[in-house]
Design a protein around this ligand. Structure first.
Ligand SMILES: [Mg+2]
Length: 253
């Protein structure tokens, strides 16, 4: 007998969580539907391990999740799959880059500055700064192409998130982590149907790995729309768009 399983991969910031106040209230109808149908909702985020753990508990998401832009995967038994470059190495390279580029990373910022730039609470900002596989940074008026060339020498890349750039391993991506988990699911299931939801360029590579990719609309900001076959764009913003995508897709399946 063919067993079929539906899996949802989702970005958090500005996708499942409101960009300004981090609320997921407007995503509740979609979350309830997934819970009722026992569909795992797997966070795929640039947040840290400890930050993501808190949101997974708060929202009631699956225990498996991808953190720091695919640098690590947390599995059910607390096992961590390491797909990135160690944070201490990233910091050393960040310091080298700062002599040629106006880069400023989380490692250069006090918790107060992270609070100011993110709207997180002081406690949350301290947890956001506990990095393992990626360094969020700002870099106003940088020649982005030159910066990309400079980091490539170290086997790294720069990924654009909603608020920050992220310095991380060249092969590290949400898409590769999603592919890893899909293989996992495929091993014990005949047919896996997958959805992915996100709002930013760092989400685009996971769109190509799934059956139903959704770009969640972003309010008041120019949003890049990737050229991906079968990509759908929500008509509503943020968490409300998240529910729209989930309900629309699941009703069809
Ligand atoms: Mg986002």
């Amino acid at each position: 007998m063919t067993r079929q399983k539906i899996v949802v991969f989702t970005d958090l910031d500005a996708t499942l969580l409101d960009h300004d106040n981090y609320s997921f209230a407007k995503a509740q109808s979609g979350l309830d539907l997934c819970r009722r149908l026992q569909i795992p909702v797997i966070a795929v985020t640039s947040k840290t391990l400890d930050e993501t753990r808190i949101w997974v508990e708060r929202i009631g998401l699956d225990q498996r999740f991808v953190f720091e832009n695919g640098g690590g995967i947390h599995l059910e038994d607390d096992e961590i799959i390491n797909l990135g470059v160690d944070y201490s190495v990233l910091r050393q390279i960040m310091v080298k880059l700062s002599s040629s580029f106006p880069v400023r990373g989380f490692g250069d910022m006090a918790a107060e500055e992270i609070v100011e730039r993110t709207g997180l609470s002081f406690e949350e900002a301290k947890i956001a700064a506990l990095r393992r596989f990626s360094e969020p940074f700002i870099s106003p008026e940088t020649d982005f192409e030159e910066l990309e060339k400079a980091v490539a020498i170290y086997g790294l890349q720069v990924v654009r998130g909603g608020r920050f750039f992220h310095l991380q391993a060249a092969k590290q991506s949400k898409g590769n982590a999603v592919a890893y988990l899909l293989e996992h699911f495929n091993a014990d299931c005949a047919r896996v149907i997958s959805l992915a939801l996100g709002d930013s360029p760092n989400d685009f590579n996971m769109f190509a790995k799934v059956d139903y990719p959704w770009l969640v609309r972003h309010p008041g900001k120019r949003q890049m729309i990737p050229d991906i076959e079968n990509l759908k764009v929500t008509s509503k913003f943020g968490p409300e768009g998240w529910s729209e995508a989930i309900v629309t897709t699941l009703n069809k399946l």
